[in-house]
Write a protein that binds this ligand. Structure first.
Ligand SMILES: Nc1ncnc2c1ncn2[C@@H]1O[C@H](COP(=O)(O)OP(=O)(O)OP(=O)(O)O)[C@@H](O)[C@H]1O
Ligand SMILES: [Mg+2]
Length: 615
């Protein structure tokens, strides 16, 4: 079983290496060229040292007179070989480094690009920590064996050549090599096999540790308010402890095998010297040959380890590659069409036509649970439609469908009569803007957060958008105005400020359709109503679909679509629905009561609020 899986890892690992060679054939050729040059020169140097000893040193000892001319020649040859070896090492290292880092960069780009292509549904099924480690450590691990690969390939060429010359020199001494080098190789293989599961486990734990850390920083607010610091710390500590143990077990294995790998070649050299002395007496080998072979053993031992390095990294590489491949081959991205929407400053028409939708379950075996059934309604150009319904009734899902974050399973969503699936991505983005229920603020300046590098969004436009969103007051009071940095996830802003900033971001693009998913819930009710009223008056006439709770906001809408359990239950003006639909009337009254309650509680904060709002 174990050998089957490690053979499997070997096969898959070689495939990953093959992929690397196919992607960077020229650089690989340079690196292997350098490595082969080094290998052949290494063998050459062993024979040269043998020749110097046999032809210069030994005669010098026996005659008492050294042949200085020959010695100088030998020294020059040794220096020449060393210089060429340096060239070989340089070519190999440079090539290997280039290849490894180019592949890492390329695959990091591919993974990140894929993340952005994959639909929201895919992201909802994958933890952020995992995504980060896929793009970072998994990509790195995949291409780790590239660094020693050219060395290992050169070593194979070197070994073949060395064995040929060994057998040509003396078959008895060659047999020592036959015993030692395969043993060394086998030891390397056992080492890498033992290492494989430990490395894989450490890799997995690294991802888990970063996931836990990410989660507890992300949820810092919950952690703090619920007094869960101790639990979170111990949860993190437990996993970090497992990672420590896994890494220690990797280190322990290294501690056992490294000395053995060090010792074996020395044993070989010793055997060569002992057996060689006997062969010398028999006259089977010359001093030159014996010294050459003994030296060969010492210089060959180190490169053989390069093969072990590649093998040792393969399991990690395979594990990393599996995860990277999972991202690269993930499907479900939404294909875009090439239809273009009108770009004139006229409001768009949004229509839902018998739309049915269910979220993909986390477990692909399970059927999708339907969330929306047969949803039909229209937002006529320039009109404001309020979407009202109890929590979990599907309002955010409808908002997501309107801007094509997700696609319906049945029916269609159209803008100006065109199915949103037929539109070019840029055209859709320029036309429709969603302000989500949970505001997201980049760790950047106010200006960058609103303009988002979109062409034509000048400071004037930014201020106009801020004014419309009721955010100009507080931004003007920030010490650096538009240049003020807002922290990661907008933690330096209040909830209401953050919401208004994201609203301004949507408005700065002058969308022809604005979808507000409860986008002003954290804003004072009067300010919310004022914002909506301003939007309806604005010369940048836009159609608005607004998920709303407050009566004052709902009353501003031209029409109300009332949903319950993913179905449109009633459709009409606010007074009509109040009179005809008891569910609606109950809900709105309940909202109102809750709002009044909140108002009373908040009454004493009025002064601060007013100052903050700049009313
Ligand atoms: N990513 C998701 N995966 C699976 N189910 C989801 C997902 N998002 C929402 N749902 C489910 O879809 C249904 C509708 O959710 P939705 O967020 O659209 O409701 P909502 O009307 O916006 O609620 P709220 O008023 O609380 O914001 C709910 O039953 C919810 O559990
Ligand atoms: Mg919602």
């Amino acid at each position: 079983m174990a050998s089957k899986t490690s053979r499997d890892v070997l096969v898959r690992g070689l495939r990953v290496l093959g992929r690397a060679i196919r992607e960077e054939p020229k650089i690989f050729a340079v690196a292997v060229g350098g490595s082969v040059l080094f290998g052949l020169l290494t063998i050459g140097s062993a024979y040269l040292v043998g020749a110097i000893v046999g032809d210069v040193v030994v005669p010098a000892i026996s005659t008492g007179r050294a042949d200085t001319g020959l010695l100088a020649l030998g020294a020059a040859a040794l220096i020449g070989i060393s210089v060429l070896k340096v060239v070989g090492i340089f070519g190999r290292r440079l090539g290997a480094g280039y290849m490894q880092f180019r592949l890492q960069a390329a695959y990091r780009r591919r993974v990140t690009r894929r993340y952005l292509e994959l639909p929201l549904a895919w992201h909802q099924r994958h933890a952020t920590g995992t995504l980060l480690s896929n793009a970072n450590s998994d990509v790195e691990a995949t291409w780790f064996p590239i660094a020693p690969l050219p060395f290992a390939v050169g070593t194979v060429v070197m070994l073949v050549t060395a064995f040929a010359s060994l057998f040509a020199t003396d078959w008895v001494l060659a047999l020592v090599g036959v015993a030692i080098f395969p043993a060394l190789f086998a030891l390397n293989v056992v080492y890498s096999r033992r290492m494989a599961p430990r490395q894989a486990r450490a890799q997995q734990l690294r991802a888990e540790v970063s996931e836990i850390a990410h989660e507890s920083f992300d949820g810092a607010l919950v952690v703090k308010t619920m007094g869960r610091e101790a639990q979170e710390t111990s949860r993190f500590a437990a996993r970090a402890g497992e990672l420590r143990d896994a890494l220690i077990s990797v280190g322990r294995l290294r501690g056992v095998f490294d000395p053995m790998l060090e010792t074996l070649p020395s044993v070989g050299t010793l055997a060569v010297l002992l057996i060689g002395a006997w062969r010398l007496r028999q006259g089977a080998v010359t001093v030159t040959e014996l010294v050459s072979v003994a030296f060969l053993f010492t210089v060959l031992a180190f490169p053989v380890r390069a093969i072990g390095w590649v093998l040792a990294e393969l399991p990690r590489s395979v594990a990393g590659w599996e995860r990277v491949r999972h991202v690269l081959t993930a499907t479900g991205e939404m294909p875009y069409g090439d239809a273009e929407l009108d770009t004139r400053d006229t409001p768009a028409t949004l229509a839902f036509d018998r739309v049915g939708f269910g979220y993909e379950p986390a477990d692909p075996q399970q059927p999708a649970q339907p969330v929306l059934h047969d949803i039909s309604f229209t937002v006529p150009p320039g009109r404001t439609v309020a979407l009202v319904g109890p929590t979990g009734s599907g309002k955010s899902t409808i908002a997501a469908l309107a801007v094509r974050l997700v696609d319906p399973q049945s029916g269609r969503v159209t803008i100006d009569g065109l199915d949103v699936r037929s539109l070019r991505a840029a055209s859709l983005a320029a036309t429709a803007a969603l302000v989500a229920q949970v505001p997201f603020v980049f760790d950047d300046t106010v200006r960058a957060n609103i303009a988002l590098d979109r062409p034509g969004v000048t400071d004037d436009e930014v201020w106009a958008a801020l004014r419309l969103a009721g955010a100009d007051g507080f931004v003007a009071r920030l010490p650096d105005g538009l240049d003020a940095m807002v922290g990661e996830r907008g933690t330096t802003l209040s909830g209401g400020q953050r919401q208004r900033l994201t609203l301004a971001r949507a408005l700065a693009g002058r969308p022809r359709l604005l979808v507000l998913d409860d986008a002003t819930s954290a804003v004072d009710p009067r300010v919310e109503a004022a914002i909506l009223a301003a939007l309806r008056r604005a010369d940048t006439a836009t159609s608005i679909l607004v998920v709303a709770y407050r009566r004052a906001t709902i009353a501003l809408a031209d029409e109300v679509v009332y949903v319950e359990h993913g179905r449109v239950v009633a459709h009409g003006t606010h007074p009509e629905l109040l009179a005809s639909c008891t569910g609606y009337a109950d809900l709105v009254t309940a909202y109102e009561k809750a709002e009044a309650e909140r108002e009373r509680e908040k009454a004493y904060e009025e002064a601060t609020l007013d100052a903050e709002v700049g009313a």
